[in-house]
Design a protein around this ligand. Structure first.
Ligand code: ADP
Ligand code: MG
Length: 637
């Protein structure tokens, strides 16, 4: 016989807590939202051990009256909602009256708080939701919540926690989003004693974006500003050339609330249709303001999802706002070289010429760079210590590379008699190419089919190499072929990435989880020539492989991180494979860019020898066209 009973309140609390408090990051989010609802102008979040043992949120908001302190920790206790009608137009971040009860149920809490009316503050300690007594305590205006030993009484949940670094990264991500959602609040984040974020809280979204996302990303942003009758969209969105390897840089806010919104993502990306590279994603920080009753925020316990009254209006508002921002200026910024005029912000944070030339002309953040640097100072261009490092590396692209990057140790070039053309035939003297000469010819001499002489006829669209052999014309995708060559070379046991020290470390701003996954795979990165260090919230790259351009380092690292995160990096062999794929691609000559004649020739030789057939993704590297086919097309046959 079933014996139905109402659950003990304690058990009910634990169940409810499971919905609201998933991990330390959810605690940080709820407590920060309470601080903002309390009108705080500064909020500080401190954590130890990823927030699992210690998480403190301090604010200077209006505080909680001593008489109401215990009530605040009861379920469904809130000061933000009175009647069912209030639910239709919620103007605060909180409204469910659940967070404090839920957090208290699964941790040990100490709270210290004072309102403006009280001379003395009040303190209260709770353990597993059970409160002690209220005591008087001297304290500044506002509230401090200390949450210790999260999930100490729910071992099942504790078991699911990731490593401290990963939980800490998730907390940091939450803090960043809150900072971007309320630029009028100065947000500070301290992890294990180290400050990783401080936003000025000057009310300017621009300042918050700059502090949270860093200079490199900010410089790639275009300002978005559009206001309709019932809706406005403001913020920033990437210039097409500055799109990134992941969606980690898309931040959407609705009436000051951070939201995940597939609708807004779709609208944003639609605006970039045909403008951005495949596999790249625009970043954005977009604030949508609308009437409170036009959105239902009461659809998710963690309050990160919203339902819009009219989805089409929202889509169109976001789409048009972004589109008009992109159309406001030429979408491909003019090439500008500013090696010496860009002032330094921090000593380590050097602008590389690559970053500037991509994004300098149209970014609303250029003024920010100057202002923050006090308008003075200058930084040297980032210089790689490569054997033939020369100033031309900083020139606007497309430029003729000074380094020939096709390594010739795996592939046997055709015999001299079979190489009717090459650098000389293209009318240029062969450039010095150290990497070509270094490689010992290890591969067996080509036989059979590959012995038929071939001729490099040229290159079209800066992408396809044309080769003639017998009565067949080959069109070779130079990037795909080179990627394969790199892939095979890097897979080899004797692979040496030729790691180069950077004179000034490249500073990369990554999302917290990306940064964390790279740090967790430091040893593997070193195998591929990258030496990275923590630098505040950034990563400093001190060494990088010879064949990755200095300006490509941040993008390469982000791509590596994305691959590690999506592929699940727990299996070391799989992680290595992911790195291999990215590095093979990054080190390859790029389609659409100029390549030195020797590079083309080496790639052609590798393909014509029959050793390179497919790129690492399985796509063909060459297609053919026979004389017969041509004759048929021209109706000669
Ligand atoms: P909600 O935010 O949905 O109202 P919570 O459980 O998060 O529910 O908080 C309960 C109540 O405690 C709030 O309504 C608010 O009145 C009070 N409170 C919580 N945190 C703070 C804070 N940092 N400053 C002032 N009041 C707070
Ligand atoms: Mg709340």
């Amino acid at each position: 016989m079933p014996n139905i009973q109402v659950l003990d309140p304690h058990v009910a609390d634990l169940i409810a807590a499971g919905e609201v408090v998933e991990r330390p990051a959810s605690v940080a989010k709820e407590l920060m939202e309470n601080a903002i609802d309390a009108g705080a102008s500064t909020v500080t979040v401190e954590i130890s051990h990823g927030g699992l043992t210690f998480l403190r949120v301090t604010d200077d908001g209006r505080g909680i009256p001593a008489a109401e302190l215990k009530t605040a920790f009861l379920r469904h206790a809130t000061s933000k909602l009175r009647t069912e009608y209030d639910l239709e137009a919620i103007g605060t971040l909180g409204f469910r009256g659940e967070a404090l009860a839920a957090i208290a149920a699964v941790s040990r809490i100490e709270v210290l708080t004072r309102t403006a009316e009280a001379d003395l503050g009040a303190s209260l300690a709770l353990e597993g939701g059970v409160p002690g007594g209220i005591e008087e305590a001297g304290c500044p205006l506002g509230t401090t919540m200390v949450v210790r030993d999260l999930f100490f009484n729910t071992p099942a949940r504790l078991k699911f926690m990731k490593k401290d670094a990963a939980e800490g990264a998730a907390v940091f991500a939450v803090v960043q989003r809150v900072a971007l959602s309320h630029p009028e609040v100065s947000v500070k984040f301290i992890r294990d004693g180290k400050q990783e974020l401080l936003t000025p809280g000057d009310g300017q979204l621009k300042s918050a974006v700059y502090a949270v996302l860093g200079r490199e990303l900010a410089l790639g942003f275009r300002e978005v500003r559009s206001a309709g009758e019932d809706m406005s969209v403001e913020g920033f969105a990437s210039m097409p050339a500055c799109c990134r390897a992941s969606r980690s840089w898309q931040f959407f806010f609705v009436n000051g609330r951070q939201v995940k919104s597939p609708l807004m993502t779709a609208a944003l990306e639609e605006a970039y249709k045909n403008q951005k590279m495949v596999g790249k994603f625009p970043g954005c920080v977009l604030h949508l303001q609308t009437k409170l009753n036009a959105v239902d925020v009461n659809v998710h316990p963690a309050k990160t999802e919203v339902k819009f009254g009219t989805e089409r209006t929202v889509f169109s508002a976001v789409y048009h706002a972004v589109l008009s921002a992109l159309e406001g200026d030429p979408s491909h910024p003019r090439a500008v070289l500013r090696n010496t005029e860009i002032p330094n912000i921090r000593k380590q944070d050097t602008v590389t010429p690559n970053q500037i030339r991509m994004s300098a002309p149209a970014s609303p953040f250029m003024g920010e760079v100057a202002r923050r640097a006090g308008g003075g100072g200058s930084s040297p261009p980032s210089v790689r210590l490569t054997p033939d490092s020369s100033p031309t590396r900083g020139e606007p692209k497309p430029s003729i590379p000074t380094v020939v990057r096709v390594h010739d140790s795996t592939y046997t070039p055709p015999r001299p008699t079979e190489r009717p053309v090459g650098a000389a035939a293209l009318g240029r003297p062969p450039a010095s190419a150290p990497s070509l000469e270094n490689g010992p010819a290890k591969a067996p001499a080509p036989t059979g089919f590959s012995e038929i002489p071939w001729r490099l006829a040229g290159e079209v669209l800066n992408t396809y190499i044309i080769v003639e052999r017998g009565e067949t014309v080959y069109l070779i995708d130079k990037h795909a072929a080179h990627e394969r060559m790199n892939f095979d070379r890097m897979r080899g046991a004797d692979y040496d990435p030729m790691s180069q020290a950077l004179l000034t470390p490249a500073v990369c701003r990554l999302s917290p989880d990306q940064r964390e996954v790279l740090l967790a795979h430091r040893a593997l990165l070193e195998e591929f020539g990258f030496e990275v260090d923590e630098l505040g919230a950034d990563l400093a790259v001190r060494r990088a492989p010879f064949d990755v351009d200095a300006g490509d380092i941040p993008a390469a690292l982000e791509e590596l991180a994305v691959r590690l995160l999506t592929a699940g990096s727990a299996d070391p062999a799989a992680a290595r494979d992911e790195l291999l794929h990215t590095m093979a691609c990054k080190a390859a000559i790029k389609g659409g860019w100029h390549s030195a004649p020797q590079e083309l020739e080496q790639v052609a030789a590798a393909v014509m020898s029959g050793q390179v057939k497919y790129c690492p993704h399985g796509r063909p590297v060459a297609i053919t066209l026979t004389k017969k086919e041509l004759e048929k097309q021209f109706k000669r046959a």
